[in-house]
Ligand binder design. Structure first.
Ligand SMILES: Cc1ncc(COP(=O)(O)O)c(C=O)c1O
Length: 482
């Protein structure tokens, strides 16, 4: 008889609770539309219900789940509701959740090939699958000079790109001696804030980040980019990095990749492409043109955790020359040395990003791609775009609302003709109802409404309902004003 004392959950108890948890999650998805999409709690309302001290003695899963239902759930904003149209999405799916659960169950930490060969080799294969699905150039494939790695977020991918660019430009001297303050990076004034953060973390300095102006569609202007590069060169600075965006966060603007890439070639700058949400559209042949120019890039990143039915977190980061990234980030302490690494025959992904330890994220991507197949994924992306275009056509046909930016894919930016205060009131009034959730941006000082259509369960009927609600609420607010 084993008399060793322990507090662990037994296999039988885990089996029982695990089945109940799957039921709980399945029920949640079936009923997700019954919750207010935007959590209605006030600041502190959740923490007030949580004991200040941890329990001395363990509690049952039933007790914990009772608190999930009564304390936690009111504080959830339901990102997986089909009525969620805010920000950029973070959608998911059954196969993704199962793959993630399996990853948790295996509890693998895949920092090097030897710590779980399958973790590394599945990731390499899935990243090559995705490269093929996006028709990325050969150089981004693992059997060529480059390859892909899964990172937590597009922010981490951007940081890795800035670091590799910095080292390539300074012949790996910055890693040894630190930055001299001469390096200069370029983004547009619409680029995601993660690039500014990356530049700060990489020690480039915010004063050495140039925000390039945009055209009438909010895309980076290559003529202004070249002027800024030339100006910096004339002043003895060292231009080293440009980020071009496929689908900016504010309005889904598309930077001209080819022109920017040609300038990067001309002046020997690292070109990074941030396609966080919109990159997923390029798995559909009719939207692949959005990536034209990627052949000139040094790195490319997109987030299956935004629009490809793969739960947060999952960013796919590709480099054209993996040796630069590895040389930038590689450190080999004695305790990580092993025969496989020394043979040079394996990939150790710990050298491809900032952190050492890594989750087995490729499992969920593998589950998603195998469950849907490429055709299934394309179908749902095309549907989202079709529904968004439909919404845009209703806006266009209405006398009260106008489109505020081109709608290349699934993000519709629009305004009511009554101006900023009215649009803000309209947004707040609708979001307070809990029936749907959408957000805003500001362009040229104007308050603009944004509807991003990308949730797994969103159908045309949901979006039609949303449009009716927006229209009717606007009418009511106008009546009340009079
Ligand atoms: C264009 C773009 N880039 C980068 C990011 C940052 O994404 P992450 O949360 O994966 O760092 C976002 C987030 O919405 C984005 O829209």
């Amino acid at each position: 008889m084993n008399t060793t004392k322990n507090y662990h959950m037994s296999a039988d108890e885990f089996r029982k609770q695990g089945k109940q948890m799957i039921d709980w999650i399945a029920d949640y998805y079936e009923n997700v539309e019954k919750y207010p999409v935007l959590s209605q709690v006030q600041p502190g309302e959740i923490s007030d219900q949580l004991p200040p001290a941890p329990p001395a003695d363990g509690e049952s899963t039933e007790q914990i789940m009772a608190d999930v239902n009564s304390v936690i759930m009111p504080g959830i904003t339901h990102w997986q509701s089909p009525n969620f149209y805010a920000y950029f999405p973070s959608n998911t799916s059954g196969p993704s959740i199962l793959g993630d659960l399996l990853s948790s169950g295996l509890g693998v930490q895949g920092m090097i090939w030897a710590t779980s060969p399958a973790c590394t080799e599945l990731e390499t294969r899935v990243m090559d699958w995705l490269a093929a699905m996006l028709q990325l150039p050969e150089k981004f494939r693992s059997d060529s000079t480059g390859g892909g790695v899964i990172q937590d977020t597009a922010s981490s991918a951007a940081l890795s790109a800035v670091l590799a660019a910095r080292e390539r430009k300074t012949n790996y001297q910055t890693n040894d001696s630190g930055n001299t303050g001469q390096l200069v990076a370029y983004i547009s004034n619409q680029t995601h804030s993660s690039l500014e953060k990356a530049v700060k973390i990489a020690g480039i300095g915010r004063n050495n980040l140039r925000l390039i102006g945009v055209d009438e569609h909010l895309a980076m202007r290559p003529d202004l980019l070249e002027a800024a590069i030339r100006d910096d060169l004339q002043n003895g600075r060292i231009p080293f990095f440009v980020c071009a965006t496929v689908g900016t966060t504010s309005t889904n603007a598309m930077d001209p990749l080819t022109e920017i890439g040609q300038l990067c070639r001309k002046y020997d700058l690292w070109m990074h492409i941030d396609a966080a949400m919109s990159g997923t559209a390029a798995i559909c042949p009719e939207y692949r043109h959005l990536l034209n120019g990627v052949e000139l890039a040094d790195s490319f990143s997109f987030n299956p955790h935004k629009w490809m039915f793969t739960n947060f977190d999952c960013n796919c980061f590709y480099v054209a020359d993996r040796s630069v990234l590895i040389k930038t980030l590689s450190i080999l302490p004695e305790y990580l040395k092993n025969r496989a690494t020394e043979s040079g025959a394996v990939i150790d992904y710990r050298d491809w990003h900032v952190q050492l330890g890594r989750r087995f994220r490729s499992l969920k991507l593998w589950f998603v791609i195998r469950h849907y197949g490429v055709n299934g994924l394309r179908y749902h992306i095309q549907e989202h775009i079709r529904i968004a275009q439909q919404f845009a056509s209703w806006v266009q046909a209405s006398a009260e609302f106008n489109l505020s930016a081109p709608v290349p894919l699934n993000l519709v930016c629009f305004t009511h003709k009554n101006g900023d205060d009215f649009n803000r009131l309209l947004l707040e009034t609708i979001n307070k109802t809990g029936k749907m959730y959408f957000t805003h941006t500001v362009v040229d000082g104007r308050f603009i409404l944004r509807m991003c259509i990308a949730q797994t369960g969103t159908s045309l009927a949901h979006v039609r309902q949303a449009w009716e609600m927006i229209r009717q609420t606007a009418e009511e607010l106008e009546r009340n004003k009079q």
